[in-house]
Design a protein around this ligand. Structure first.
Ligand code: GLC
Length: 471
């Protein structure tokens, strides 16, 4: 069985969100069980060829997009374990830019649809020319959502699996844009109620198997929660091929014992390192040293659906109770300003770093006591999994993958604090309970140990994907 795994982002080469982490680690976990697994992704301008030992191959071709004939070439490297081959599609006209999807001001590139049409046509070209031996084509999110229909249009003898990492992003495109694609693809596509097309829904319609990144989120999509009615009809039509497989994590890269980004390692038997990491974190973020104060972390895109309106509303109150907050993330200028203002107002209690900072992300996971993740919805979520591994107790909304991976605290069981319905007063109650348990030191220690004992390695989930591949 030869698997080709396609994704618009792959860590550590390019990353805008959790999709990159999955694309960077799931293929490695699958590698021992298949004949070969290759990953394909665009070669963005920010990817350092020398650092990652990425080399040009002799494979190249030309893709017709509308009236244009656009050349590409293929670059390759091996992943960190030297098992999985990562292929990079080079086409400077589309990908030699600093951003993955957006300009530096956060605005999406005007030609995003064309960029991923092109990428998908290259994937198809590589398969049909025999340059990528493929039995199973594993597509991820809307950037690769047209591939299952393309495979059908070209009557290729391969099977397709489409994984939804987030239903919020559809990759809508217009009738005029469809005209750029080779026939007979256009005739296979279905218009949405807005008179355009959705690459995400096309992936659902045409793939042999659809998965999403947790069983809980699969149930929500099938029930039509946070889904418009016309999309819901198409999800329901796919019900018999639809399932949820929870994401795993790279347990070596996110490990309190092995993490080279944190100054002090620790384990469930020895929390001294965590205490020192907390001191280091407070020092680095400019907050006063205080071993007793509960420190609450957040690493997130700054968008409404990650729960920031609620968090901002509660900050004053919890600062008054002695809590410290450390925020890391970028996104909406408005939320960024709110967090900046809060940090200015409470310089001894709130720290905010606007941006993406991998070392600080690891130190937050290691050094905080709690991790705040009140997403309105969450397909899987990875940061709560990283948090559990570092004994940093998650406070989450009971939704999607958060509900599947965090168990509600009681004095004898559970790994975190969950709330529902989605209201500020419920989040407040969960945070209050977390603080109460925190101050009962023995209970908290037991809770940390339970959290750290959970296994979120890829193995179980990789086997579920494998079962689908085999079927
Ligand atoms: C998206 C989802 C997140 C998921 C990740 C990886 O970023 O929002 O919940 O964990 O994809 O699948």
């Amino acid at each position: 069985m030869n698997v080709l795994f396609v994704s618009a982002e792959v860590a550590p080469y390019s990353k805008a969100g959790g999709l990159a982490d999955v694309a960077g680690s799931l293929p490695q976990a699958l590698a021992p069980y298949v004949n070969a697994i290759q990953v394909l992704t665009p070669l963005y301008g920010q990817i350092d060829l020398v650092k990652h030992n990425i080399q040009k191959t002799s494979i190249q071709g030309k893709i017709s997009l509308g009236k244009e004939l656009i050349p590409y070439s293929l670059y390759q490297t091996l992943d960190a374990d030297g098992i999985t081959r990562i292929g990079f599609v080079r086409c400077d006209q589309f990908f030699a830019r600093d951003g993955i999807y957006t300009e530096s001001d956060g605005e999406g590139f005007a030609d995003n649809n064309l960029r991923y049409f092109f990428f998908q046509l290259v994937v198809l070209d590589l398969i049909s020319n025999g340059n990528m031996k493929t039995d199973i084509l594993h597509c991820n999110d809307h950037h690769t959502g047209l591939l299952p229909a393309m495979v059908k249009a070209m009557k290729l003898n391969i099977k397709t699996i489409f994984t939804i990492h987030n239903f919020l992003y559809h990759g809508h495109f217009s009738l005029q844009e469809v005209a750029l694609l080779p026939e007979p693809l256009g005739s296979l596509l279905t218009k949405t109620q807005w008179d355009n097309y959705s690459a995400l829904l096309e992936g659902i319609d045409h793939s042999d198997v659809v998965t999403t990144v947790s069983p809980g989120y699969a149930l929500e999509l099938l029930a039509g929660i946070n889904v418009d009615t016309s999309s819901h009809v198409r999800i329901q039509a796919a019900e018999s091929k639809f399932s949820g497989i929870v994401n795993g994590i790279d347990t070596e890269y996110w490990s309190p014992a092995l993490d080279h980004y944190i100054p002090f390692s620790f384990s469930a038997d020895e929390f001294e390192g965590k205490r020192k990491d907390k001191e280091e974190l407070l020092l680095k973020t400019g907050l006063p040293k205080d071993a007793e104060a509960p420190v609450i972390g957040s690493i997130s895109r700054l968008v409404e659906n990650k729960g920031f309106p609620m968090i901002v509303e509660l900050l004053d109150e919890f600062v008054a109770l002695g809590a410290r907050f450390i925020f890391l993330g970028s996104g909406s200028p408005e939320i960024s300003k709110q967090l900046k203002d809060a940090a200015n107002k409470h310089p001894r209690h709130i720290a905010f770093e606007d941006g993406f900072n991998e070392p600080l992300a690891h130190l937050i996971e290691a050094g905080c006591d709690m991790f705040l993740m009140p997403s309105r919805f969450e397909p899987c979520g990875l940061n709560q999994l990283y948090s559990l591994r570092y004994g940093t107790i998650p406070i989450v909304h009971h939704t999607g993958g958060l509900g599947d991976t965090v168990e509600a605290w009681s004095s004898t069981s559970g790994t975190g604090f969950l709330f529902e319905p989605y209201e500020t007063k419920e989040l407040r109650a969960a945070m209050q309970l977390a603080l109460k348990v925190y101050h009962s030191r023995d209970d908290w220690k037991t809770l940390m140990k339970r959290a750290m004992a959970k296994d979120f390695s890829w193995d179980q989930s990789a086997k579920q994907y494998l079962r689908l591949y085999n079927s």
